[in-house]
Design a protein around this ligand. Structure first.
Ligand SMILES: Cc1cc2nc3c(=O)[nH]c(=O)nc-3n(C[C@H](O)[C@H](O)[C@H](O)COP(=O)(O)OP(=O)(O)OC[C@H]3O[C@@H](n4cnc5c(N)ncnc54)[C@H](O)[C@@H]3O)c2cc1C
Length: 377
């Protein structure tokens, strides 16, 4: 891994930082308060060419590497973690699944519009009794002629209601005792897809998180993503890559909290104290370690190397770092750190969620330890 950045990577980081400060930051607190998703932000990201960064130009993408993509998620999350997760789910989960498993027809119909920012993507795995244990999902897909009928519900769908394209995982071959899972591309507007209520959340409040219900939702057979029975594999592989996005998001949140502490101005006598030096230097050290772990996983993915272990390690470390750094940031700012109009309390709430989604950190420990054991045999 080269520990230097290309001119293109440095250039995009500067551009994203400028865009984030000018067009996202001014409304980030207000959107959080109002739990308001702003589609204009996604549209602008599309116009700037960042809604399909790692996908080939032939499919409307930018043909960039995953390190560049991680930097973009990090810089967006440094001012607004809700924007970071919106783009991460769109790119790493929804678009990735179609890029990797889609037919040419599916790529032409969906991937190009997703990467060009004309459509927004979402990923639907979690159910009421199926979070960490994804294998216990109950949503079914039954073949009927040239279509599948989907029945069941999915919870906590990021971009839910706003997205036009949903990657949905369901149980097929229902009669078989050995469950078989299959992935589908479901469009907003397919009859039988019903949007439930929007969740009111602790953090990332200006991203939408919604329940989806499927009542005899008719999905054309050509919208099956990958072969029947491959769904679980697709879901897990998607999450391997998704964790790079969440690690980048967590790194960005932590950096944003440190930025806020450093900028915290007049009257902050502690700035010159030994206590401040000790805390800020330790925060910066942990953030740098999280960043390098995230970039390592992204770099390995771009090189075609295995990256599941590195992505899980990065997600585990970066999300724990984000929570620790944000807690410290609130403490350093004292009472001001608790105020709603200060950024650090929002960053702390956003940081907490990164320890939960795309596999809780307890699940990351299981993933890492299993991969360590398999490597040692
Ligand atoms: C804001 C937000 C957005 C989300 N977006 C999406 C989305 O877009 N798409 C989607 O499909 N899902 C999404 N999710 C769901 C998320 O992925 C799940 O919340 C997560 O997988 C955990 O599932 P659970 O909440 O059911 O917790 P549970 O699985 O019920 O776990 C509860 C607790 O038990 C622990 N635990 C569970 N099993 C084990 C074990 N074997 N060993 C040790 N500890 C264990 C967990 O770590 C956790 O601490 C989102 C969640 C949130 C909060």
């Amino acid at each position: 891994m080269h520990l230097s950045y290309t001119a293109d990577q440095q250039d995009i980081r500067t551009k994203v930082r400028e865009f984030a400060l000018k067009e996202i930051e001014p409304t980030s607190g207000e959107r959080d308060d109002e739990e308001r998703f702003d589609r204009v932000i996604f549209d602008r990201i599309g116009e700037l060419g960042w809604s399909g960064l790692p996908w080939p130009k032939a499919y409307g993408g930018a043909g960039a590497d995953f390190l560049t993509y991680a930097m973009v998620i990090e810089e967006l999350s440094r001012v607004c973690a809700s924007t970071g997760v919106m783009l991460s789910v769109h790119t790493s989960l929804a678009s990735w699944a179609i890029h990797t498993y889609g037919t040419e027809a599916q790529k032409g119909t969906y991937l190009k519009s997703l990467t060009e920012g004309k459509l927004l993507g979402a990923y639907c795995l979690t159910e009421s009794d199926s979070g960490s244990d994804a294998g216990s999902m109950r949503t079914t897909a039954t073949k009927e002629g040239d279509a599948y009928l989907l029945n069941g519900s999915k919870l906590f769908v990021t971009n839910g209601g706003e997205a036009e394209v949903y990657i949905v995982f369901a149980v097929t071959d229902v009669a078989n005792k050995q469950k078989s899972y299959t992935a589908f591309i479901v469009e907003k507007g397919f009859p039988g897809l019903i949007f439930g209520s929007k969740e009111k959340k602790l953090g990332i409040r200006s991203s939408t998180t919604m329940e989806l219900r499927f009542e005899d939702c008719r999905v054309p057979a050509e919208n099956r993503l990958g072969p029947e029975g491959e769904g679980f594999h697709i879901a897990m592989r998607s999450l391997d890559g998704g964790r790079i996005g969440i690690a980048a998001q967590a790194t960005g949140i932590a950096q944003g909290a440190l930025d806020a502490v450093l900028a915290y101005g007049a009257g902050f006598d502690a700035r010159s104290s030994e206590m401040f030096e000790a805390h800020s230097s330790e925060m910066a050290t942990h953030i740098e370690a999280a960043r390098l772990l995230t970039y390592q996983a992204a770099w390995r993915k771009s090189q075609g190397l295995t990256y599941g272990k590195q992505a899980a390690i990065a997600k585990l470390f970066a999300s724990d770092t984000a929570v620790k750094v944000c807690l410290r940031a609130v403490q350093l700012c004292g009472i001001a750190g608790c105020l709603k109009d200060r950024k650090v309390e929002r960053y702390l709430r956003d940081a907490k969620v990164t320890q939960i989604y795309e596999g809780t950190n307890e699940i990351q420990r299981i993933v890492i330890s299993r991969l360590l054991l398999s490597e040692s045999t």
